[in-house]
Structures are given as C-alpha cells and as structure tokens.
Design a protein around this ligand. Structure first.
Ligand code: HEC
Ligand code: HEC
Length: 288
C-alpha cells in the first residue's frame, strides 16, 4: 500500500483514539463524580446551602454556609462551587485533591472538623478526580461564608502526604463495602467518641454519638452484628433503612444522616456495604 496513504490512516486512527480517549473518560469521570457526590459520599449533606430552617436550597448548590456549633468549634461549611472569589474556582486540581484527601488548603492552612478528612484519605485517585471533575462542572455561586473558629488545637496534619490510592476491586464485596463506608464516612458518626472527642476505633460501628439540631436529638445506631445492632435485620431491612431513611416499622429517622443522598446508592454498592457491616466485630451498643 502507498506509504502516504498508510500514514494518513494511522494519523486518523490516532486522531480518533485521541478524541475518544479524551472525551469518553471525561464523561465517565463526571458521571462517576455525580454518582458519588450526590450519593454515598454526600458532600452536600454539609456543603449544600440552606435556608433559615435548615432546608436545602438546591439553586445555591454547594455554596456552603451551614454552621456546626459545637463546644470546641463554630465551623461553617465552605463554598465549594467554582466561584473564583468565594469558592474554589482559583484552585488547581492538585490543590483541590490535597484539600479533600489531606485537609491542606493551597495557603497550607489546615481544614478543620467536621470535614471528615481521616476518611477521605481513603479516596482512590480515580474517585478523587471524579469528585473534582463534578465540582468543576457545577455553576459558580458567589456566597461569602464566615470564617470558622476553633477553640481547640487542630492537629499539625492528618497524616503523611497521600501519594496514590487504589480502590479494592468491586468483586470483593466486603473490601469494596469497607471502601464505600470509608468514603461515605459512615463510621465518623456510628463510632463512639471518648471524652476528648476522638473516635474509639476499638468500638468501630457501636453507635451512641448524640447529634443535636433543629430536629431535637438523635443517637447514631449500632451497625455491628450484635443483638443491640443489626443482627436481627435482614439485608433488605438494612438497605431500606439506608436508602429510604425509615426504620423497620416505617418510621422516618432523624437527621443528620444524609438519607436524601443515599437513595441513589446502587444495588451492588448497597450489597457491598451490607457485606462490610456484617463483617464488623459484634459490639454492644455504646450509647444509653
Ligand atoms: C461532615 C461535614 C462535611 C462533609 C461531609 C464534607 N465537608 Fe468539606 N468542609 C466542611 C467544613 C465545616 C469545612 C470548613 C472547615 C474549616 O473552616 O476549617 C469544609 C471545608 C472544605 C474545603 C475547604 C474550602 C475552603 O475554601 O477552605 C473543601 C475543598 C471541602 N470542604 C470539600 C469537600 C468535599 C469535596 C466533600 C465531599 C467529598 C466534603 N467537603 C465533605 C464540612 C464537610
Ligand atoms: C452524619 C452522621 C451519620 C452518617 C455520616 C451516617 N449515619 Fe447512619 N445514622 C445516623 C443516626 C443519627 C442514625 C439514627 C437516626 C434516628 O435514630 O432517628 C442513623 C441510622 C442508621 C441506620 C439504622 C439502624 C437501625 O438500627 O435502625 C443504618 C443502617 C445506618 N445509619 C447506616 C449508615 C451507613 C451505612 C452509613 C454510610 C453510608 C451511615 N449510616 C452514615 C448518623 C449517621
């Protein structure tokens, strides 16, 4: 065959590969980011703008402002829309990645609680890129958020720099379920805390944290396979409680668990989460 012609074919094949290579993964990343952020990861449970009764204001997106008023801090959820002045519009992908996974802002200051950085350290490189692609695709909302005040020392850091993280294969349901529980920071709420407010990792999943808010009070439940936990729940009952936010008698649970987000968790991911919860060490309920 004519070498010029061959080269033309090769070039157009390359061009096609390049075009689809750039476009398909980007669309995939965005879809994955949407699935995660609007689902199990639920950044919006904290970062969604809210009205004076705590009701979400979808038109204002992830422009933040929600106050977490606790004895050790008054923290305001940041504006994480791409607005260059009041949001994250000027941050590079690498800067955003470091902020989300390591809790370090571009100016080197540390992001404080309740942003669950210790759990976000588990985010895989691909899922982190997907979340960033999603954040960038949101409309920029101009909304200045007050500065958080911490009456407690923040740690010097949340651990050594995170180089690269791979998610376990989805075929390993228990391991993948643990990954999903980490990036959904389930155990941040469902593990009891000691007098200093530190999570008691030896009581992983035993519940008992109390959350006060406009809803009154709620106490996180025991998610371990103990009689005071999920032992007598069927898989379907666990799935229903997470995705629909109702208990076994159909009564709605109270906030702050992000049930409105969890309804979009896929069947396979829900099955993985259940497999993980069933593998936890049985513990008696840590609350009253
Ligand atoms: C449990 C509540 C909570 C969740 C969930 C949460 N955040 Fe945050 N986030 C906060 C709070 C509060 C701050 C402000 C902390 C401070 O002022 O130091 C913050 C700060 C940030 C910042 C720093 C912004 C700035 O301008 O300084 C980024 C970026 C961020 N969050 C992204 C995310 C993303 C992405 C997710 C989901 C993967 C997420 N957050 C989930 C509560 C949360
Ligand atoms: C922001 C805190 C928070 C997060 C994050 C959270 N939960 Fe919850 N969860 C709660 C609270 C509080 C309750 C109890 C609500 C009530 O009693 O009205 C609850 C209830 C439950 C229940 C019902 C159990 C029962 O005995 O009735 C299940 C199951 C559950 N959560 C699983 C999960 C899973 C899985 C995740 C992660 C994908 C998760 N939770 C994330 C706070 C949280």
């Amino acid at each position: 065959m004519n070498p010029v012609f061959l080269r033309a074919i090769a070039a157009s094949a390359l061009f096609l590969a390049g075009a689809t290579g750039a476009a398909t993964p980007k669309a995939d990343l965005l879809a994955r980011g949407k699935y995660l952020v609007e689902g199990v990861v639920a950044c919006g449970n904290c970062h969604m703008a809210r009205g004076d009764k705590g009701q979400p204001l979808p038109e204002k997106g992830l422009s933040g402002g929600m106050l977490f008023d606790e004895p050790p801090f008054k923290a305001y959820a940041s504006n994480i829309t791409p607005d260059p002045e009041t949001g994250i519009g000027k941050w590079t992908d690498a800067q955003l990645a470091r902020a989300i996974r390591e809790g370090v802002r571009p100016d080197k200051s540390l992001i404080g609680p309740p942003m669950p950085i210790e759990f976000y350290r588990h985010l895989s490189d691909t899922d982190l890129q997907a979340i960033i692609a999603y954040l960038r695709a949101q409309p920029a909302v101009r909304a200045a958020v007050p500065k958080s005040v911490y009456n407690m020392p923040l740690p010097p850091n949340y651990g050594p720099p995170v180089k690269t993280v791979k998610a376990p294969p989805a075929s390993n349901a228990r391991a993948y379920g643990e990954y999903l529980a980490n990036i959904g920071h389930c155990m941040e709420c469902h593990t009891p805390r000691d007098a200093k407010g530190q999570l008691q990792h030896d009581k992983l999943g035993a519940g008992g944290q109390v959350f006060k808010g406009p809803w009154g009070e709620s106490t996180s439940r025991n998610l371990t396979p103990h009689a005071t936990g999920l032992k007598d729940f069927t898989d379907a009952q666990i799935i229903r409680s997470v995705r629909e936010g109702v208990d076994r008698s159909g009564q709605p649970y109270k906030p702050p668990m992000g049930f409105g987000f969890y309804k979009s968790i896929s069947d396979a991911d829900m099955a993985a989460l259940v497999a993980y919860l069933r593998s936890l060490k049985p513990q008696s309920f840590a609350g009253k």
